[in-house]
Design a binder for this molecule. Structure first.
Ligand code: FMN
Length: 327
């Protein structure tokens, strides 16, 4: 069985960190479906955490049901990252993850995320400082490098290994690529060959067959999934069934509608109106991506204001799909 240090990851399937997405509600949805070995929180700014930013502290809450849970932090200097990691451990995370792959301009400008792949000396200082600060397993998630000419993921992987990192995750695109092109899985295989610590493969897994192929082609120890889980929150249990030679029935349109409506009612009941609207907009977009005739729904998103309008829009959208399924 795959484990990150002493933390069992069974099945070897990991919910990738996604800012604005892998909040407590979404992690619980995925966890309750089953089939996921570890869930990861949205990334947490080490500086924000140490400042005691109330929004960040709020984001750091989780429930026992989510375990094992990994909390990802980002930042640009060893001492602050070490302090933040200590806080993450104090709050009870099972695993602490360092983000060295975020390509967003805001994070890059702060010399964090993927920017650290441009300065492996600082990257190593951060990894060493965090490793020393905590006793829970440490993982690092990164990309191929800053751009095609500077692909130094093997070097960073070796630095991780030499500094006591328990496992690494590779999303094989460069920072410059952001989400364009396709994830070049051959680099996951190359990293696996180069290291003796476990490697989690990530990028463009959208079906159980993709996951099985990633394991076969790269030899990765676990598969990490991001966007595939928002398009299809059932993906982990489907993959788990597929890997153990079973198959799971596809969720019906009713199943999807009920999942979305349950999630939306939870958001509406708990969040203050402005934040609730932001979450409803985000998840309407994510959940509908790839569904038939969903473009119109996504175009509507910004004109929807009141919670009830989101509920109605979802109900109307599925009312059109459900008869098709029965036909
Ligand atoms: C909306 C969104 C937010 C993301 N936020 C983070 C993040 O906070 N930390 C991180 O390491 N990666 C983040 N990622 C990248 C994912 O973890 C993952 O590496 C990437 O989406 C590729 O995997 P996928 O093809 O399975 O989605 C984010 C991706 C998306 C789409």
């Amino acid at each position: 069985m795959f484990a990150i240090d002493h933390i069992p990851v069974d099945p070897p399937l990991v919910l990738a960190p996604m800012a604005g997405v892998t909040d407590r509600d979404f992690r619980l949805i995925v966890r309750r479906m089953g089939g996921v070995g570890v869930v990861t929180m949205e990334f947490i700014s080490s500086k924000g955490l140490m400042r005691g930013d109330p929004q960040i502290l709020q984001r750091l809450t989780f429930s026992e049901e989510e375990r094992p849970l990994s909390i990802q932090i980002y930042g640009s200097d060893g001492p602050t990252m070490a302090e933040a990691a200590r806080e993450v451990e104090r709050r009870g995370a099972d695993i602490c993850d360092i983000n060295m792959g975020c390509p967003s301009n805001k994070v890059l400008k702060g010399c964090a995320g993927a920017a650290l792949m441009g300065d492996l000396k600082v990257a190593e200082e951060i990894i060493a400082a965090v490793r020393q600060a905590i006793s829970i397993p440490l993982t690092v998630k990164f990309r191929l490098g800053l751009d095609d000419r500077r692909q130094n993921y093997l070097e960073l992987g070796r630095i991780c290994e030499a500094n006591g990192v328990a496992a690494v995750a590779l999303h094989p695109r460069t920072a410059r690529q952001k989400f364009t092109g396709s994830a070049a899985w051959r680099h996951i295989a190359a990293l696996k060959d180069a290291l003796s610590i476990p490697v989690m493969g990530n990028g463009d897994v959208g079906t159980p067959e993709d996951a099985a192929r990633m394991i076969r082609e790269t030899g990765c120890d676990a598969v990490m999934i991001g966007r595939g889980a928002t398009r299809n929150p059932w993906i982990f249990c489907q993959i788990a069934a597929h890997l153990s030679n079973g198959d799971m029935p596809q969720p019906t349109w009713e199943d999807r509608r009920d999942l979305i409506l349950d999630h939306f009612h939870t958001i509406i009941a708990r969040e203050e109106p402005k934040f609730a609207r932001f979450k409803l907009q985000t998840f309407t977009g994510l959940y509908s991506k790839g569904l038939p005739d969903s473009l119109k729904l996504r175009r509507q998103i910004h004109s929807l204001q009141e919670p009830e309008q989101f509920i109605e829009a979802i109900e109307r959208f599925f009312d059109k799909l459900i008869p098709r399924q029965a036909a």
